[in-house]
Design a protein around this ligand. Structure first.
Ligand code: FAD
Length: 411
């Protein structure tokens, strides 16, 4: 983009992701001289991948219960820049919202329009984005800070680190800033993948790969119920995925990291009570017990691929004749369908994660300004902080809100 600056800048932002671009725009609008350093060859690469290319950028139900992390800090940041502020900011830069069930997208249905709108606003404010400038080092000097990149070095009065964590590292956030930040004295809550699937055991996953079904999931940590979710479960050859799995992923991955036993109880027929199901079994049995096999009990109720697997889970061979299935075994089958326990073995890799849980310890950060408590003039925004949200536009809202707060604070 623009030529490199040799003058002393008020602010350098590290990372041209959602939070970094927002921080830079906010500081520039308040009259500060700002530049962004980005290691990739384009800004906003991760934004392009969000919401399946449609960018779900905020949500109507914006409150701290949707986040994991320091609730007081999250509340303080969301109070400063709310969902309403996001909608009016987006409107100002030319993004009309389209709302669907509380989820907001650009009216174009394209994440690329969000990136273009941010680029346009950065250009309008004369904020240069220096591309392919991976930051290798950052340290205080007599002017404020000196930043060394792969190609050159910069000096500035304030730095906003918005370099993300490790999720989807092909899109830029590769953890290259971790050692630099640690060198400045900050500590990290261990960084783990979240909003992703899990390797699991308990049923024959290889036989149900590709099945999608509405299910209730109950996360159990060391046998205790931690949380429940409803939604479209995706069964894969390695285990479980899909939105309800993403929603429970943050506490699940943390518990696995802490070497706890982590299980998910799946209710494959949440709309049909055990009583109704057993009555239905009895009817089917009555109609055709002499000619039919056990799989007749579930036909039409569940995906064909699931039927032999769930029968087996309940100790019934799919080819057993119906007349051999006692009412006790039918009850066991109903119980297995409503409470099919799978054990989580490990989380998928960072490259398949939409976000990370963990990050810079928030007790080392001023909750009002997002300035480091260890080093004056150093600020943080976005996912790099130990804050993560569930699916639904919450993580981008965190990026916009924290970027805004950091951008205001340097001003
Ligand atoms: C596939 C996918 C879909 C998603 N969908 C949604 C969604 O619909 N809604 C939602 O709310 N959230 C979604 N998210 C999550 C959301 O995209 C992130 O939470 C958000 O983009 C994080 O913004 P950030 O600015 O903190 O970090 P990032 O977007 O990761 O940006 C960090 C930037 O810093 C740069 N950088 C890193 N290290 C250096 C360095 N050393 N020097 C210079 N630059 C550096 C990186 O290249 C990157 O551009 C999705 C994520 C993924 C991967």
């Amino acid at each position: 983009m623009s030529k490199k600056s040799t003058k002393l800048l008020d602010v350098i932002v590290i990372g041209a992701g959602a939070s970094g671009m927002m921080a830079a725009i906010t500081a520039a609008r308040r009259g500060k001289s700002v530049a962004i350093l980005e290691r990739m060859n384009k800004p906003g690469k991760k934004i392009l991948a969000t919401g399946n290319g449609k960018c779900n950028f905020t949500n109507n139900n914006m409150d701290t219960s949707r986040f994991h992390g320091n609730i007081q800090l999250i509340q303080s940041v969301l109070d400063r820049f709310s969902k309403e502020d996001t909608l009016s900011f987006f409107h100002e830069i030319g993004i009309w919202p389209k709302e669907k069930n509380g989820y907001y997208y650009p009216n174009s249905g394209q994440a690329v329009s969000v990136v273009e709108a941010f680029n346009h606003e950065l250009n309008r404010l004369h904020v240069p984005v220096y591309l392919e400038q991976e930051v290798l080092d950052l340290f205080p000097d007599k002017y404020g800070f000196r930043i060394k990149t792969v190609q050159t070095s910069y000096t500035c009065r304030n730095v906003i680190v918005a370099s993300g964590l490790l999720a989807a590292s092909k899109l830029g956030s590769d953890g290259s800033m971790f050692s630099v930040i640690k060198e400045l004295g900050h500590r990290f809550v261990p960084v783990l993948p979240a909003l992703c699937g899990f390797y699991a055991k308990g049923i024959q996953f290889s036989k149900v790969a590709g099945v999608r079904c509405d299910a209730n999931l109950t996360l159990k940590i060391d046998g205790d119920t931690a949380t429940t979710e409803h939604g479209e479960l995706q069964l894969t050859d390695y285990g479980i995925s899909g939105i309800p799995v993403f929603q429970i992923s943050s506490p699940a991955v943390r518990a696995l990291y802490e070497k706890k036993t982590v299980a998910v109880a799946i209710d494959f027929l949440p709309e049909i009570s055990s009583e109704m199901l057993c009555t239905e079994f009895a009817l089917r049995m009555e109609r055709s017990k002499t000619e039919e096999k056990a799989d007749r009990l579930l036909s039409g109720l569940l995906n064909q691929k699931l039927i032999p697997v769930l029968l087996k889970y309940a100790g019934i061979h799919p080819n057993e004749m119906l007349e051999n299935i006692t009412s006790e075994r039918m009850e066991r089958l109903s119980a297995g369908i409503h409470d099919c326990q799978v054990t989580l073995e490990k989380v998928r890799d960072f490259e398949f994660a939409q976000v990370c849980t963990g990050g810079i310890r928030t007790e080392e950060i001023d909750e009002k300004t997002l300035e480091s408590r260890l080093l004056s003039g150093l600020y943080f925004a976005g996912e790099i902080l130990d804050v993560d949200g569930i699916c639904g536009g919450y993580n981008l809202q965190w990026a916009w809100s924290s970027g805004f707060v950091a951008g205001c604070s340097v001003s």
